[in-house]
Structures are given as C-alpha cells and as structure tokens.
Design a protein around this ligand. Structure first.
Ligand SMILES: NC(=O)c1ccc[n+]([C@@H]2O[C@H](COP(=O)([O-])OP(=O)(O)OC[C@H]3O[C@@H](n4cnc5c(N)ncnc54)[C@H](OP(=O)(O)O)[C@@H]3O)[C@@H](O)[C@H]2O)c1
Length: 120
C-alpha cells in the first residue's frame, strides 16, 4: 500500500478530464495499491490529537483498491480520525488535490452523537 500525501504545485491545473496527481503517482508505482490521504491539512494539524471533545478530525481518503482503502480507513479510525471515502483516484482524488480541490484546507470534525444532540 502506498499512501500519497503529496501536493503537486508544479503541474498545470488538471481539468475535469485530466489525470490527477495521485493517478500520476500510481502510474509511476506499478503494482502499488495507491491511496491519497493526509495532503489536505498542515503537518501540525495532522500531528495533533484528532480526538476533540466535540468529535474526531475528518481525513479524506481516495483510492481505486477497495481492500486497501478499507484497511487504511480502519487504521485511521483506530488512530482517532474520522475518515471519509471520496471514491477513486480520478474522481475522489480531484476533490482534495491542489490547486482547486474544494476540500483542500477544510479542517472538519465529525461530531459525536452527544454533541449533535446538544446542537439540535
Ligand atoms: N508540510 C505540510 O504541512 C504538508 C501537509 C500535507 C501535505 N504536504 C505535502 O507533502 C509533500 C512534502 O512536504 P514537506 O513539507 O515534507 O516538504 P519538504 O520539507 O520540503 O520536504 C520535501 C522532501 O522531498 C525531497 N525532494 C524534493 N525534490 C526531490 C526530488 N526531485 N527527488 C527526490 N526527493 C526530492 C526533499 O529532499 P532534500 O531535502 O534533499 O531537498 C525533501 O526531503 C509536499 O508535496 C507537500 O505538499 C505537506
């Protein structure tokens, strides 16, 4: 399993049909089960405890290998994150890649049931 946490600021912005940066990584690592994750937040945020009183920090994951994604999201959950599967590298990867992925920089929490209750 290869988790691509990088952001490619060098290439031209890929349009809706262009190859995503993680597809490029996958093409260059034949045989690897490539996932994209960790790239959308700063390192200091990632290093902090993801378990907040109100809920757990959301991490986005995309990838074409469902088994690898399941194992990785399980690991993230064990670490206290709230993973969200965005789909494959082409569609999901585009949502959290530079420069224009709409999920970049979004530091979200998945609220605990109790917190949701108090906010209703
Ligand atoms: N820092 C963050 O908060 C953060 C968060 C999420 C994602 N990311 C992404 O993670 C990636 C790394 O970020 P970083 O902050 O760790 O950057 P960094 O501190 O600048 O480290 C980059 C590393 O890549 C190596 N490198 C650069 N060009 C290379 C090349 N052509 N061939 C081989 N190695 C090369 C550098 O080696 P040398 O030291 O020898 O130059 C260095 O070890 C980036 O794509 C960034 O967007 C960063």
């Amino acid at each position: 399993m290869l988790v691509d946490a990088t952001n490619d600021y060098t290439g031209p912005p890929s349009g809706p049909e262009g190859e995503t940066s993680s597809e490029v990584v996958a093409r260059r690592a034949p045989g690897a089960r490539v996932l994209k994750a960790f790239n959308h937040l700063f390192a200091a945020t990632l290093a902090a405890d993801p378990r907040r009183p109100e809920g757990n920090r959301v991490l986005f994951v995309s990838g074409d290998d469902e088994e690898a994604k399941k194992a990785f999201t399980g690991l993230l959950t064990d670490l206290g994150f709230a993973p969200i599967d965005l789909g494959g590298l082409a569609d999901g990867g585009r949502l959290h890649q530079v420069p224009s992925g709409p999920l970049l920089g979004q530091d979200l929490l998945r609220l605990t049931p109790a917190e949701r209750q108090t906010r209703q």
